[in-house]
Design a protein around this ligand. Structure first.
Ligand code: FE2
Ligand code: FE2
Length: 185
């Protein structure tokens, strides 16, 4: 395979960077498939719940889909815990960062804050404040994140729920992660 001429980026030529840009574009184009693989891998994470992390994600996306949410919200629900393995103490930020180039600021914000908002359901059992989310009370998307957690997250651990399959969501994953991207560099 063709490679660049440099060992240090400072020595790279325009031709080098054209080559890398072409290869990177292809790498980005394959993102939907990597998202699907990462979702598959959630089958084996986080013991203790009655359902796997993958099943939780499918229930989340199914609820969003059945509620008639826009496609970017359905896909956000599907991937909202995709960071559980590699970012166990900051998984919300990881999922939000993956979504950010492809979704609205509102969806990004909801996913980024869902972990903190979810503490409403258990913090008091540890003697902690279950209303830490209220520090965002005046934020324009506060209620949206409360709604996400109530309807597409805390209720998605049901072993008897009939969720749609991961393959059902594949075309949505492909469409959302193939959108023209917002740039953050
Ligand atoms: Fe989460
Ligand atoms: Fe979740």
């Amino acid at each position: 395979m063709e490679t660049v001429s440099f060992a240090r980026m400072a020595d790279g030529t325009a031709e080098d960077y054209r080559l890398l840009a072409t290869l990177e574009e292809e790498h980005v184009r394959q993102l939907p498939e990597r998202i699907m693989q990462a979702l598959h891998a959630l089958e084996n994470t986080l013991p203790g719940y009655k359902v796997s992390r993958l099943e939780h994600s499918l229930q989340s996306a199914t609820h969003a889909y059945d509620a008639g949410e826009p496609e970017e919200m359905v896909v956000a629900a599907l991937v909202h815990d995709i960071g559980d393995d590699l970012a166990p103490v900051s998984h919300s930020e990881m999922a939000a960062s993956i979504l950010r180039p492809y979704v609205s600021e509102r969806i990004y914000w909801i996913v980024k804050h869902h972990g903190l908002f979810q503490t409403h359901y258990y913090n008091h059992h540890f003697g902690r404040d279950r209303n830490v989310r209220e520090r965002f009370k005046s934020h324009e998307w506060y209620e949206d994140c409360v709604h996400f957690c109530e309807h597409y997250d805390q209720n998605c651990f049901d072993p008897d729920f009939e969720s749609r399959s991961l393959e059902f969501f594949r075309p949505m994953v492909e469409r959302i992660f193939s959108r023209p991207r917002n740039r953050f560099l």
